[in-house]
Ligand binder design. Sequence first.
Ligand code: PGA
Length: 244
Amino acid sequence: MAGNWKMYKTPAETIAFFEKFRPLVERSEHCEIVICPPFTNLSTAAAAVQGSPIRIGGQNIAWAKEGAFTGEISGAMLRAAGATHAIVGHSERRQYFGETDATVLKRTQAALEAALTPIVCVGERLEEREAGRTAELLKSQFANGIAGLTDAQFSRIIIAYEPVWAIGTGKTATPEIAADAHRTIRAEVAAKFGKDAAAQVRILYGGSVKADNVKTLMAQPEIDGTLVGGASLDAVSFASIVNF
Ligand code: PGA
């Protein structure tokens, strides 16, 4: 169960969140819990979760190890700040910051090289869904962004299916729509990386996940977890998602 804080919270707000959140999930051993705060809060968050099962992730990662890349953060820097995970290819990065399937692949590889677990996001936009092109789009994002990994690399990633029309809109995909997309992605995984890899890879659903819809989403065997934006900002609400 992963939380994506996007561009919200200061270090002080981060400390306040974890003071409330930690005791609520201290015994939640049924899943991994990851919070991805803004870069400036990574060290604070990592210190705040020490000794707990909660893990910390970046929201992006540079493809290069170091160099003249203004505004970027390397895998080694994320690790040094206490991160174990990194979101890659979020639709907001694709939409506003020119992220492409090719850069998603490079960032995913950089995360793996830095021993971080990448959470690789895919998902269709509203016009693609309305045009009946969802499966086609998911297949092309997979082919150009994930299929370039080796088998060993693939075994270490998490995939997040996030339909863009469901992000921050309050319009959750129905459990059936989400499961259908997950099946499409899993079939691509099976074709490229084999049946065992398809059975083992965790595919998270993201897009307006809330405490009151998480149960029906998680009831779908295809859905292995959730990537939560807005509802992960509040400790009580994200804890009830984690403990669905
Ligand atoms: P949301 O965001 O839960 O606020 O819809 C999900 C995401 O962008 O990861």
